[in-house]
Design a binder for this molecule. Structure first.
Ligand SMILES: N[C@@H](CCC(=O)N[C@@H](CS)C(=O)NCC(=O)O)C(=O)O
Length: 289
């Protein structure tokens, strides 16, 4: 049977998981899927990097794949022989963020600040939203939108994931296909589907439908409790490292706190205070820029 001889604590930052597949022995569906996804990873990144002839750690009769949870150090090929796109490429890009203070675009700006990327801000005010120029950047006239050398993108989550993925050395996103990457997706999705919409619903229904508002507040409260439990004994949502999950789920939690819906969650409150103390977050929140 295939084994996973990961060392104790092997899921930590910069650590790795080891997966062995014995040749000729029965292979589970999970391993076949894993091997397919490893092949896929190398194929999709093939244009960026030469592939290693053999995975490191190979032994007679046993192929051992080392899957790093978090990106390799600057310039180094990953265990799969994938050379990352890297900071040089992202630094060479022109990046312009359509931004309004106190809006979702702060999240993208926060990420850009964490990455240390050069970027320009295009401040979008009320009347700019409906201009044909801005509609070309965002078809609904909203923010954020991101202009890059390759084209224009909209949707906050897409922008954040793309930027973090383009700069793996910054370490804000675990490697593609890792369990830790899935946890990042989980917390982003949780923040944006289980927390944020119900804060808005509670506010909308506050006067017109108090029962509905109360039920929405209860949903936020239950979701905040989940984060409270997940943060017990840890600083950040995934693997004790700050990641894109903290920017996006954290931002939903900031909204919950502003709506006074985190009072029962001291761990979440302390977590938000930690996030607020980050210099990149402070810079991103400057209303002047
Ligand atoms: N799903 C979009 C939502 C974008 C959005 O609603 N942006 C708001 C600011 S937070 C906006 O531009 N509102 C102005 C408007 O709707 O005219 C995303 O996540 O990027």
């Amino acid at each position: 049977m295939p084994t996973t001889p990961g060392a104790p604590g092997a899921r930590g930052w910069g650590s790795s998981r080891l997966r062995s597949v014995e040749r000729g022995r029965d292979e589970g569906a999970g391993d076949r899927r894993t091997r397919r996804s490893e092949r896929k990873t190398t194929r999709t990144r093939a244009q960026d990097a030469p592939l290693l002839a053999a995975p490191p750690g190979s032994a007679i009769g046993t192929l051992t794949f080392r899957v790093n949870a978090w990106p390799a150090a600057a310039g180094a090929p990953s265990a799969l022989g994938v050379r990352h796109v890297g900071a040089a490429r992202i630094a060479a890009m022109t990046i312009r963020l359509s931004h309004s203070p106190n809006s979702r675009s702060v999240r993208v700006r926060w990420l850009l600040e964490e990455l240390g990327t050069n970027y320009e801000l295009r401040i979008v005010t009320g009347s700019d939203r409906s201009s044909p120029g801005h509609r070309q950047r965002h078809p609904l006239g909203r923010v954020p939108a991101l202009e890059t050398d390759e084209g224009t993108l909209f949707e906050t989550v897409a922008l954040c994931l793309h930027l973090a993925e383009r700069d793996p050395e910054a370490g804000l996103l675990p490697v593609e296909g890792s369990f830790e990457r899935a946890l990042v997706y989980q917390w982003i999705s949780f923040g944006l589907t289980e927390i944020e919409p119900f804060i808005a619903e509670a506010a909308r229904a506050a006067d017109s439908d108090p029962e509905r508002a109360e039920s929405a507040r209860a949903r936020v409260g239950a979701a905040v409790e989940v984060v409270e439990a997940a943060l017990e004994g840890r600083e950040y949502l995934v693997d004790e490292r700050f990641s894109v999950a903290d920017i996006l789920c954290g931002s939903a939690l900031f909204s919950a706190r502003r709506a006074l819906l985190t009072a029962e969650a001291p761990g979440v409150d302390a977590y938000l205070t930690r996030l607020e103390a980050r210099p990149a977050r402070k810079r991103a929140s400057e209303t002047s820029g």
